[in-house]
Design a protein around this ligand. Structure first.
Ligand code: V47
Length: 364
């Protein structure tokens, strides 16, 4: 294998990885540009093994998208709708609580709650939603509101991000998911999501959360009009933020799905590109404890293969995923615990059912 990596012209990067040395942005770019997926995957597997050994994680979770009404209307998104659209919906707090009630017989430990940037739902709605979920299922961990939504909530509450986060924590917020990051490059934001919180703004919200003791995740939406340089710049911003706070739990590369979006003329990502994004991230983000292969976006089969290309997590049972499926995603709507166990075991890993903060619930 070492010979294969050397033949791919990546021998110096192998040496750095073996020595636990940080890769430069130039190294990251070379990995992205390398046509030798197996060599890049081998490098990523060394890092994964060092950090996570034989363990591969999953969670028993539930997704709730409280509303698709959004004022940002990003070009790459098929989920967000104008308030006047026939497809627009919004749940009352009671309806959100009912979603949680409906599945009280399942061993769900996390509820993942995100929506759009709603023009007129009041601040109290969000606090009542968190408190309402806790009322129905007190022990559940609520992972809710992307950094973009948090910035919006700060705006409508007339408070700082810090004060807003304190309110949300008091109401039941446990951690923040990784969405809304897209690609931090101002060029990409200008072309695809000009109304959205800036990349720097996103990072600032995440760092503020970390300082308050809230963990957050990070994502990058790849496979549309971004360059490889912009991907590495994005990863570099995340790595620098993590050096400062250490609050990111996991990084999740999100594969762009074009159907029903403003970029519908683009093609879906390929398997090689999906695996490359997992592997480069694992090599480059040396300070991120976990890399997640989100099966909803890349399909359960490729998520399984990704476990040998740097990923140590496959997300979870999910159920009722809307964002990807609206954009043409054709993976299942949910996986059972048995399916996740089989996926991980056949990849040669020990399945670990985790909670949101990566504490072991059960080692299989
Ligand atoms: O922010 C939107 C992306 C994100 C499309 O933190 C699209 O564990 C692909 O962030 N094709 C939301 N992606 C989902 C998300 C997430 C999912 C699962 C786990 C976690 C976590 C986070 O989905 C959005 C946006 O970046 N997205 N449209 C699309 N057409």
């Amino acid at each position: 294998m070492d010979k294969m990596v050397e033949a791919a012209g990546l021998g110096d990067i192998l040496e750095k990885i073996r020595a636990g040395e940080r890769l430069s942005t130039d190294d990251g770019l070379r990995l992205y540009k390398s046509p030798d997926l197996l060599a890049v995957g081998y490098l990523a597997d060394i890092v994964r093994e060092r950090l996570n050994g034989d363990k591969a994680y999953f969670i028993y979770n539930q997704h709730i998208n409280y509303s698709n009404i959004c004022t940002n209307l990003c070009k790459f998104c098929a989920f967000g709708k104008d308030k006047e659209s026939e497809q627009a919906y919004e749940m009352t707090v009671e309806e959100v609580k009912n979603k949680v009630r409906e599945r009280l017989d399942e061993p769900i430990t996390e509820v993942h709650v995100v929506g759009g940037i709603h023009p007129d739902l009041p601040y109290s709605y969000y606090l009542e939603m968190l408190a309402g979920i806790k009322e129905v299922r007190p022990e559940i961990h609520i992972q809710a509101f992307t950094c973009v939504e948090i910035a919006h909530l700060a705006e409508i509450s007339g408070q700082s991000v810090e004060a807003t986060l304190k309110d949300l924590i008091a109401a039941g917020l446990g951690s923040i998911p990784g969405g809304g990051a897209e690609v931090f490059s101002p060029r990409i934001r200008e072309l695809t999501c000009e109304k959205k919180l800036s990349g720097e703004g996103w990072i600032e919200v995440a760092k503020t959360a970390h300082r308050l003791g809230l963990n957050t995740n990070a994502t990058m939406l790849y496979g549309h009009i971004e360059t490889l340089e912009e991907r590495i710049e994005h990863l570099d911003m995340l790595r620098r933020a993590q050096d400062e706070t250490g609050g990111f739990l996991t990084y999740i590369p999100l594969a762009f799905h074009p159907k029903n979006t403003g970029l519908a003329d683009l093609s879906r990502t390929t398997g090689i590109e999906d695996l490359k994004n997992i592997a480069v991230a694992r090599c480059f983000l040396d300070n991120f404890p976990h890399i997640k292969a989100y099966w909803v976006m890349i399909g359960p089969k490729l998520a399984q293969v990704a476990l040998s290309f740097g990923a140590d997590d496959v997300d979870g049972t999910v159920k009722e995923e809307i964002i990807t499926h609206m954009a043409g995603g054709d993976s299942e709507q949910a996986l059972s615990r048995d399916q996740l166990l089989r996926m991980i075991r056949e990849a040669g890993r020990q399945p670990i059912e985790r909670d949101t903060l990566y504490n072991t619930i059960k080692a299989y």
